[in-house]
Design a protein around this ligand. Structure first.
Ligand SMILES: [Zn+2]
Length: 237
């Protein structure tokens, strides 16, 4: 193999590693984003619960006020009942009293239902707050983990970038620019092995004449299908 090609393969190894590091770095916050989404939906749920509790507490105050007022009216009406002269008046007032009784019983039921709902909402709120606390804790830990990972990856990147510069110096500018051009357009694979006449990168056959030329290893050739720089790689069967 031409020495320059061997250096390019080393360079490609470095570039593949750099690419892997970049992928790892960009996918690192994925879990954090999930956690933050969970946290914000828990917060929204907590807000809804708080709103609901405020709403039913307000309703409870109103119903209690109505109950009190009607209770006073009930007492007055009952007192008045004994002073009534005619049956008709008596029956009319009795009907009114029964009406008050009925609606106030309904109010009592509503107040009880509100109290029950309040206590179950408080239970839910407590649970939700606990979940939020847990998510906040996980988020803090995850941020710490990401920071450590990023620091480690940045250090690796710095080393590899230095290596890349050193290795690049031994490649002619023409070949290096060809390599860089291919690397950017061929998913980081600019140099490919050809085994048994087949390009390992694009899986196309190399024409026999070109393959023979490749085996002679006199100059750096390119794959006619994918334009990558190629070299012959013999495998023992
Ligand atoms: Zn090819």
């Amino acid at each position: 193999m031409k020495p320059e090609l061997a250096i390019l393969i080393r360079l490609q190894g470095i570039d593949l590693e750099l690419r892997k590091i970049n992928e790892e770095k960009s996918s690192a916050p994925k879990h954090l984003e999930d956690l933050q989404e969970h946290l914000s939906s828990k917060n929204a749920e907590l807000n809804e619960l708080n709103e609901r509790i405020t709403e039913i507490q307000k309703r409870k105050v109103d119903v209690e006020d109505e109950f009190e007022l009607e209770n006073v009216r009930f007492g007055k009406s009952q007192k008045k009942l004994s002073s009534l002269k005619t049956d008709r008046e008596y029956q009319a007032l009795q009907k009114e009293i029964n009406e008050i009784k009925k609606t106030n019983t309904a109010r009592e039921d509503e107040i009880l239902a509100i109290m029950e709902e309040t206590s179950s909402l408080q239970e839910e709120i407590k649970e939700k707050k606990e979940q939020i606390k847990q998510y906040r804790k996980e988020i803090r830990a995850e941020k710490k983990r990401i920071k450590q990972l990023e620091d480690r990856l940045d250090a690796k990147t710095a080393t590899l970038t230095e290596d890349r510069q050193t290795v690049s110096k031994d490649i002619s500018p023409n070949l290096l620019s060809k390599y860089n051009f291919l690397k950017d357009r061929r998913a980081c694979i600019a140099v490919a092995a050809v085994t048994d006449g087949v390009c390992s990168a694009c899986n196309m056959n190399i024409p026999p004449q070109l393959y023979n030329e490749l085996l002679r290893d006199e100059k750096i050739l390119t794959c006619p299908s994918c334009q990558r720089l190629i070299y012959a790689l013999k495998v023992s069967h």
